[in-house]
Design a protein around this ligand. Structure first.
Ligand SMILES: *Cc1c(COP(=O)(O)O)cnc(C)c1O
Length: 488
C-alpha cells in the first residue's frame, strides 16, 4: 500500500481550491458564532486524545487537519470574537486587519531591513509617524511595531536605562553607580515586574506607587518615593504612567507625572496599551499630557482591534532607541540605519504586522476609529446605567469602555454573579480587583456588540440574582478564575 503524500507546496489549482474551501468553512464558523456559547465546554477528551496520538509519523490530508483544528478552536477556546464577550481586552479583529494578515503571509516580506522590503517598511514607518502625530508627539518622533504592549514597555525601559547611563548598553547594570529604579502604580500592568527582571534591574527595582482610591497613581506618593529613593542612594530612571489601567480603564495624572520626570531627569513613559485608541476621538481630552512622553505604548491588537500580536512603541527620542539596539552584523544589508528596524528595536526578523493597522486606519480613517471607540463607551455607559437602576453601583469612573460594577448584595456576591453568567453561556464577563475590592468587570471589546446584547446581559444578571445565594457555597470553593485581570 502506498502512503498518501502531501505536498508542502501544492500547485496553483489545488491550492486555490483549498483556499476557497477554507474561506467558506471559516465563514460558516463566523455565522454560527453568535448562536454558540461564549465559553464552550471543550476541547473534548477525544480531541485531546487525537492530539496526543499525533506523532507526525505519517502524512495526513491538510483539509482534514484544518477541519480538526477549527473544531478544536470552536469547542475549546473562549470565543473572544463573540458579541457576548465583554472580557479582557481581546478584540474581535477588524476585517481589514484579517485581510492584512493574508497579504503579509502571501508576500512574507522581511521587514527588519529597509533595503529588503522598502514598501513594507515605509508603510510601517508612516503609520507609526501618523499615530505619534495624532498623539501630539513632536515632529521627528518615530518608533516601531512590536509583538504587543509588553515588548513595547520593555523597549521603553531599555531606552530609559540607556538614556540614564550611556554605558548600560555595553556594561549592563554594573555601569550604574547607584541601583536604577522605575516607578509605576499599583494598578499598572504587572508585566513591569518581568520587564525589570529581563532588563537586569530586578523585580525589586519596580516601585509600585499607591493609588488615590480611584485607581490612579497618587502623584504625592510618587514624589515622596522618588525623593526617599534618591536620598537613600538609588537612581530613579523612569516613570511609567498608565493611561487606561487594565482592570478599570483609569488614567494616571499624566501631566504631573511628566513634570516630576522632567524635574528629576527621568524618562517619561505612558503605557496606553489599551486606552491609546482614544487618540482617535477628539472628545474629552482624556489622554491630556500624553504628548509630553519620551515614549508611548499603544497596542494595535487592543482597542484598534487588529489581529493578535501587534503593538506599537512610539518615541520622541528615536536616537536613544538607535543607541540601545545598535548592532553591526557584517552579513546584513544596510541602507538608511534609521529605517532599519533590526538596529532600532528588540526583534530581528520581523513580520509585516503594521499592515493590519495601516489598512484598517486608511479604510476607516481617524473618524471611523473615533466612532468605534465612542460607540463602545456608550455601550459601557448604558450597561452601567441600567444596572444602577437595579441597585448596582459603579466603582470606577473611566473615560474608556469598561464598567467595574458592584451588585446590590455587595462585593462578596460578585463571584457568584460572574459564575452564573458563565454557566448561562451567552456572555463572558470577569471578576477583577479594583482598589482592593472585587468587582464585576465588563468591557466592550467587540465592534459588533449591540445595545440588544447589553440589555440581554442586564436581564441575565437580573435573572440570576435570586439564585445567587444558593450557589454561593459552591462557588466559594471555585478557583477557576484569577482574581486580577492582568492576563490580557
Ligand atoms: C494589555 C496591556 C499590556 C500588555 O500588553 P500585551 O499586548 O498583552 O503584551 C500592558 N499594559 C496595559 C495597560 C495593558 O492593558
Amino acid at each position: 500500500m502506498t502512503e498518501p503524500r502531501y505536498s508542502l507546496f501544492p500547485d496553483h489549482d489545488s491550492r486555490t481550491a483549498a483556499d476557497h474551501a477554507l474561506t467558506e468553512r471559516l465563514g460558516v464558523s463566523r455565522r454560527l458564532m453568535p448562536s454558540r456559547d461564549v465559553v464552550p465546554a471543550g476541547p473534548s477528551g477525544e480531541w485531546l486524545r487525537e492530539l496526543r496520538n499525533m506523532r507526525f509519523d505519517r502524512p495526513r490530508e491538510l483539509a482534514g487537519l484544518t477541519e480538526w483544528v477549527i473544531d478544536g478552536l470552536e469547542t475549546g477556546t473562549v470565543q473572544v470574537t463573540h458579541p457576548g464577550y465583554l472580557g479582557l481586552f481581546n478584540p474581535a479583529p477588524t476585517f481589514a486587519s484579517e485581510c492584512a494578515d493574508r497579504i503579509a503571509s502571501a508576500f512574507n516580506p522581511q521587514v527588519c531591513v529597509h533595503s529588503h522590503a522598502p514598501a513594507a517598511v515605509e508603510i510601517e514607518l508612516h503609520v507609526i509617524r501618523e499615530v505619534a502625530r495624532r498623539a501630539g508627539m513632536p515632529d521627528g518622533s518615530g518608533g516601531h511595531f512590536t509583538s504587543g504592549g509588553s515588548e513595547a514597555n520593555l523597549t521603553a525601559m531599555l531606552c530609559a536605562l540607556q538614556a540614564a547611563c550611556p554605558a548600560y548598553g555595553d556594561d549592563g547594570v554594573c555601569a550604574f553607580a547607584r541601583p536604577p529604579h522605575v516607578y509605576v502604580s499599583e494598578e499598572s500592568h504587572l508585566a513591569w515586574l518581568k520587564i525589570a527582571h529581563a532588563g537586569g534591574i530586578g523585580r525589586n527595582a519596580v516601585r509600585l506607587i499607591q493609588t488615590d482610591g480611584r485607581g490612579r497613581m497618587d502623584p504625592d506618593a510618587l514624589a515622596e518615593t522618588i525623593a526617599t529613593d534618591i536620598s537613600s542612594g538609588r537612581m530613579p530612571v523612569m516613570i511609567a504612567a498608565t493611561a487606561g489601567t487594565t482592570n478599570a480603564g483609569m488614567v494616571d495624572p499624566l501631566t504631573r507625572c511628566g513634570e516630576l520626570a522632567r524635574e528629576h531627569g527621568m524618562w517619561f513613559h505612558v503605557d496606553a496599551a489599551w486606552g491609546g485608541a482614544l487618540i482617535a476621538s477628539d472628545t474629552g481630552g482624556a489622554l491630556k499630557g500624553i504628548e509630553r512622553a519620551d515614549s508611548i505604548t499603544i497596542d494595535a491588537h487592543k482597542w484598534f482591534a487588529t489581529t493578535m500580536g501587534a503593538g506599537m512603541f512610539l518615541t520622541s527620542r528615536p536616537d536613544v532607541a538607535a543607541q540601545a539596539f545598535r548592532v553591526d552584523a557584517s552579513y546584513m544589508p544596510r541602507s538608511v540605519a534609521a529605517k532599519d528596524f533590526f538596529v532600532n528595536s528588540i526583534q530581528w526578523s520581523r513580520r509585516f504586522v503594521g499592515l493590519r493597522l495601516f489598512l484598517a486606519l486608511a479604510a476607516a480613517g481617524w473618524r471611523g476609529y473615533a466612532g468605534h471607540t465612542e460607540r463602545a463607551i456608550r455601550l459601557a455607559d448604558r450597561l452601567a446605567r441600567r444596572l444602577q437602576r437595579d441597585g448596582w453601583s459603579l466603582a470606577n469612573d473611566s473615560p474608556m469602555a469598561v464598567a467595574c460594577l458592584v451588585p446590590p448584595e455587595g462585593h462578596e456576591a460578585v463571584r457568584s454573579y460572574v459564575d452564573s453568567v458563565h454557566r448561562d453561556g451567552r456572555f463572558w464577563v470577569s471578576t477583577a480587583v479594583f482598589e482592593g475590592r472585587t468587582v464585576l468587570r465588563a468591557c466592550i471589546t467587540n465592534g459588533r456588540t449591540s445595545e440588544r446584547d447589553v440589555d440581554a446581559l442586564v436581564h441575565t444578571l437580573k435573572a440570576v440574582a435570586p439564585s445567587i445565594w444558593s450557589t454561593q457555597a459552591e462557588s466559594d470553593l471555585s478557583v477557576s478564575e484569577p482574581h486580577r485581570t492582568d492576563l490580557d
